[in-house]
Ligand binder design. Structure first.
Ligand SMILES: Cc1cc2nc3c(=O)[nH]c(=O)nc-3n(C[C@H](O)[C@H](O)[C@H](O)COP(=O)(O)O)c2cc1C
Ligand SMILES: O=C(O)C(=O)c1ccccc1
Length: 374
């Protein structure tokens, strides 16, 4: 049993990843770390940050800094949250419960995935009143989509994040090589096995035929037939804010406004869906412009350090989501690891703010950065 000394946990992102690599088998590690195709977009996500430089200001009294952000009715300690990530039981036996506890202990919002191993109710329970959103994989079976949204609202989630870039899994060569797909071994389907609408579609209960349930899941998980018009239907299920995740094209950002989305997450799914897709940071400015401050624009994909958060905010993101770094923390030290990864990142961001002369998030604007290749 791996029992890390909390005083000796890594500080560097690269070291977390290296230790996670040592702890996890190839299948789970490469599932988490990998991208689609030749992983060009995984790489672009990082390179995009390096193409911007910060222009720090000095002599500005940065003794007291305020990183708080009001978003969809919650007051958040910082503009940072934990991205929805499914099947966390392949990384650590406590899976989403450990990540959610770490988030709750810091007041950092946790976005629970539809594809969680633990059910949304179990996750909500360990979080108490802490801020939590639910990420919807909109099922091709409408009764399941409706049931998920209603369950989420009932369990105390305060926003619905609808992920639009994954109606099906992309071509992921590492998973194909490893013949490793977590849900085919029954991981990541906790929300489905506990769902009355899902169970109603089975001939026999999952407790009697787990393979039958898994096969049914593969049929109902995604919905490639969805269009913008379907958003109206979703809005009848709930009064919670609806945030669309996986927007990269500015025309889609305009459609999101037209069809009544309450927020947008600019994301390429961490380079796991369209290989060759634009880096999320590169897509951000045009989307911020297209939405013209009408709804909050968030972003994820490739954020690893405090300076990355600063650059995303300077380019117009209201907040950012952290994906894989939390999963490396989870692999290395469970709940403690996730908390340590997030604490490091937030400390690094706070220092970047101070040393750049910014006391408040609204001081982080386009004037604070310049393209590196000027
Ligand atoms: C292992 C793994 C599982 C994921 N599962 C989901 C998911 O269930 N729902 C979702 O919307 N996004 C999912 N994502 C995408 C993340 O929410 C996020 O967009 C991405 O990880 C951000 O990039 P980063 O890992 O570079 O920070 C997943 C990402 C990873 C690495
Ligand atoms: O692996 C992913 O990126 C993802 O989004 C997902 C989708 C379905 C089940 C688990 C994870």
């Amino acid at each position: 049993m791996h029992s890390p000394d909390p005083n000796r946990l890594p500080t560097q992102f690269e070291e977390w990843q290296k230790q996670a690599r040592e702890i996890l088998e190839d299948g789970p590690y490469e599932y988490v770390a990998g991208g689609s195709g030749g992983e060009d977009t995984v790489q672009s996500n990082r390179e995009a940050f390096k193409r911007w430089n910060i222009l720090p200001r000095v002599f500005r009294n940065v003794e007291d800094r305020n990183l708080k952000l009001g978003l969809f009715g919650d007051m958040l300690p910082s503009p940072v949250m934990i991205a929805p990530i499914g099947v966390q039981s392949i990384i650590h036996k406590e899976g989403e419960l450990a990540t959610a506890r770490a988030a709750a202990s810091m007041g950092v919002p946790y976005i629970a995935s539809s594809a969680s191993t633990y059910s949304m109710e179990e996750i909500a329970e360990v979080m108490g009143d802490a801020p939590k959103w639910f990420q919807l994989y909109w099922s091709s079976e409408p009764s399941i989509a409706k049931s998920f949204v209603e369950r989420a609202e009932h369990a105390g989630y305060t926003a619905i994040v609808v992920t639009l870039d994954t109606p099906m899994m992309a071509w992921r060569e590492l998973d194909l090589k490893n013949v490793y797909l977590p849900f085919l071994i029954g991981e990541g389907i906790g929300n489905y096995l506990t769902d009355p609408a899902f169970r109603a579609g089975l001939r026999v209960p999952p407790e009697e035929d787990s393979m039958g349930a898994i096969m049914h899941w593969t049929r109902v998980f995604g919905h490639a037939g969805l269009t913008w018009e379907d958003l109206a239907e979703l809005k009848t299920y709930t009064s919670l804010p609806i945030i669309l995740k996986g927007i990269l094209h500015p025309e889609d950002a305009k459609l999101a406004l037209k069809y009544g989305a309450d927020g947008i997450i600019v994301s390429n799914h961490g380079g796991r869906q369209v290989d060759g897709a634009i880096a999320a940071l590169d897509a951000l400015p045009a989307i911020v412009e297209a939405t013209n401050n009408q709804v909050p624009v968030l972003m994820d994909s490739g954020i690893r350090r405090g300076a990355d958060i600063f650059k995303a905010l300077a380019l117009g993101a209201k907040a950012v989501l952290i994906g894989r770094p939390c999963m490396y923390g989870l692999a290395v030290a469970g709940e403690t690891g996730v908390r340590q990864v997030m604490n490091n990142l937030l400390a690094d961001f706070d220092l970047t703010m101070a040393l750049s002369g910014c006391r408040d998030l609204n001081e982080v604007n386009k004037g604070m950065i310049l393209p590196a290749d000027r």
